[in-house]
Design a protein around this ligand. Structure first.
Ligand SMILES: [Zn+2]
Length: 104
């Protein structure tokens, strides 16, 4: 069942196929279905969010929730993706109270 974990398609259809169903429909509610529904982030949007997050958090801690308020038009999953990216770069830190901050 390792494929279940690594599948990039609907998890429900994976199981249905495993049990012999020919053309199962996507469930629409598993994490993979939700991910595929999320609008793609283009490079301009990415650059804009990236820049704004850095500006807002540069050498000042702000609650991560308030970051989301800055981007009412952006899907929260997309913002999270950019935040994850900055965190992976090692620039963004999160403290125990859920405040984010960029140093350097
Ligand atoms: Zn699904």
């Amino acid at each position: 069942m390792l494929g279940y974990i690594s599948t990039i398609n609907c998890r429900s259809t994976f199981i249905a196929r495993y049990f012999g169903e020919d053309a199962p429909e996507d469930c629409g509610i598993c994490d993979q279905c939700l991910r595929s529904k999320q609008p793609k982030l283009n490079s301009d949007q990415f650059a804009f969010i990236y820049k704004t997050v850095i500006e807002r958090t540069h050498q000042q801690s702000i609650p991560v929730a308030s970051l989301f308020d800055h981007f009412p038009e952006i899907h929260s999953g997309q913002l999270r993706k950019v935040i994850d990216f900055i965190q992976a770069e090692g620039r963004l830190g999160v403290d125990g109270e859920g405040n984010v901050r960029v140093d350097g």
